[in-house]
Design a protein around this ligand. Structure first.
Ligand code: NAD
Length: 518
């Protein structure tokens, strides 16, 4: 393996200590952390609480109040009042510049409390610092991008033009009013930012429903929003279980638009509920990403790059690589290098320096992954690294070993997303065969081709059915380029992080005005 290859390593932890402000926030003076509704901390009628813990140590970090049907209704009412402006200027009457100033004030406060938000990501989310720090930068990047989009966006009315004899027509683009973001646990800060900034800048009031495993960052951002001066009700945070809090949001017709990020099954079920009363919904869902490695690639180098991506957040990354199709001429060398990379990952507690593979988010996920490892063998996969439970000294978290399987065309042993450092490698006769196999998946989020021949790589990459097609890179994200899934990975529309995303948070109406008849 070349020297260059050996320098490529997995995302790695630096030693992380939680700041006292994080501990103080979590303790909340001995009381459970409430939801945030209409600018107030709310305990909830159900009087139900749940604990959120560090998946690497199982230490309970905070107790959180669960928001039920009644609190969701209260939040919708508070957000509607804030939107309309019952007693004063409503959010819908604010200018884009006024919204921009508040959004950027919130970003400044996030920057001030960077270490607290990093602690949310590292401790609550179980992430290594290298990745958490990268995620944190998305707050500012996302806000600045959507401030630029909002400044140039065509909102309000177009000029009226004659459309028939005595009839003029125009369009009117306006915010929906109350919109909700249902967020998964794997990228809480990033996905909260991706939801709130375009939604707020377009003039909506928001309900944030964080995942039950990682509620802390959204609650902290909600607290900072109050300090930034957002009017009460513009930003509401509703922690709780999916089937209680999330379901109540989906059932509430006052929520005009839902941005859902999560698994395909849950997204499909929420869509059916939304359809009952006409709430619009956008879905960004799971993936089972493919990488095609052509014969001209350096197997040692590319195996390490692919290993870094597969292991990003311990494989709990929606668009990452879990299926590799490698030209049979370099397959053995590639498999050896990939095995060495996976086997060399340092398994440990995510806050300890050097950790590259930490605990998965909860016991259910651990059981699911273990089952998937066994099923891969039952379906004909040949274990290169069989996975299984890992022990980490002094830490009692949900640790697992990486898993790697060899397969062959026609053996469908990796049909569904396995959210871990898990991949199948399939030697193929040609790029054409690889492409056909890659596109056979019902998912379509991210895929890549690895080759020295860039024009050939581009030509092949364009033929993936995925929403994000890449050459010699993976898990790529840039503001201005849509990030979205095809097949069961997402829809409708172009995805997030582009101009179209901003317009998703608006509705367009046609207005016809005819002469008075008579
Ligand atoms: P999930 O679908 O279980 O949960 C996502 C959110 O939906 C959570 O907040 C949950 O509480 C809520 N929810 C669950 N049941 C609900 C219901 N009946 N009604 C309303 N809300 C409900 O997903 P997860 O396990 O939290 O996250 C992992 C999944 O998210 C993976 O499939 C991953 O690939 C996907 N994901 C996709 C993207 C993307 O951009 N495409 C990004 C990150 C994660």
């Amino acid at each position: 393996m070349s020297n260059v290859a050996s320098k490529i390593q997995a995302f790695t932890a630096a030693k992380f200590e939680s700041p006292p402000k994080f501990t103080e926030f979590c303790r909340n003076g001995g009381k459970p952390l409430g939801g945030i509704i209409g600018g107030r901390s709310v305990r909830g009628m159900m009087n139900a609480t749940f604990e959120t813990s560090d998946p690497g140590s199982l230490e309970v970090l905070a107790t959180i109040c669960e928001m039920g049907h009644s609190e969701v209704a209260d939040a919708v009412n508070a957000a509607t009042r804030a939107f309309q402006g019952d007693s004063g200027k409503g959010w819908k009457h604010t200018t884009v510049e006024e919204r921009r100033q508040l959004v950027m004030k919130l970003v400044e406060l996030c920057d001030r409390d960077r270490d607290v938000l990093l602690a949310c990501e590292v401790r609550d989310g179980g992430k290594v610092s290298e990745l958490a720090e990268g995620d944190f930068t998305q707050i500012r990047a996302c806000a600045e991008y959507f401030c630029r989009v909002a400044a140039g966006a065509e909102l309000g009315e177009t000029e009226a033009r004659p459309v028939a004899d005595g009839v003029k027509g125009l369009t009117c683009r306006e915010p929906w009013g109350v919109v909700a973001g249902i967020i998964p646990w794997n990228y809480p800060i990033v996905l909260t930012a991706w939801f709130i900034f375009p939604a707020l800048l377009a003039g909506n009031c928001v309900l944030i429903k964080p995942a039950e495993d990682t509620p802390l960052s959204a609650l902290y951002i909600g607290k900072l929003a109050e300090e930034a001066g957002f009017p009460p009700g513009v930003i509401n945070v509703l922690p709780g279980r999916g089937e209680i809090t999330g379901q109540s949001i989906a059932e509430n017709p006052g929520v005009r638009f839902i941005s859902f990020t999560g698994s395909p099954g849950v997204g499909q079920s929420i869509l059916r509920t939304c359809d009952l009363h006409g709430t619009r919904m956008k879905r960004e869902m799971g993936g089972n990403g493919a990488a095609i490695v052509l014969a001209d690639a350096d197997p040692g180098l590319v195996a390490r790059w692919i290993g870094r991506y597969t292991n990003q957040h311990f494989g709990q990354t929606c668009c990452t690589i879990h299926r590799v199709f490698v030209d049979q001429k370099i397959a053995d060398e590639f498999i050896d290098a990939q095995r060495a990379f996976f086997a060399g990952l340092k398994i440990g507690y995510q806050s300890n320096a050097g950790t590259q593979l930490g605990a998965v988010v909860n016991a259910t996920q651990r059981a699911r992954i273990l089952r998937a490892q066994q099923e891969t063998i039952a379906r004909g996969g040949e274990a290169i690294l069989a996975g299984g439970v890992a022990e980490v000294r002094d830490h009692n978290g949900y640790y697992l070993k990486p898993a790697l399987f060899r397969t062959r065309p026609g053996v469908d042993c990796n049909p569904a997303e396995v959210f871990h450092t898990f991949a199948t490698i399939c030697p193929v006769e040609s790029a054409e065969q690889a492409l056909q196999l890659a596109n056979r998946s019902p998912y379509g989020l991210g895929a890549s081709v690895w080759t020295r021949d860039i024009p050939r790589g581009v030509a092949l990459a364009k033929r993936f059915r995925d929403g994000t097609c890449q050459v010699n890179c993976h898990n790529s994200i840039a503001y201005g380029l849509p990030y979205g899934g095809q097949g069961i990975s997402g829809g409708p529309g172009g995805g997030v992080n582009c101009e179209e995303t901003f317009y998703d948070y608006t509705q367009i109406k046609a207005l016809y005005v005819a002469e008075y008849p008579g």
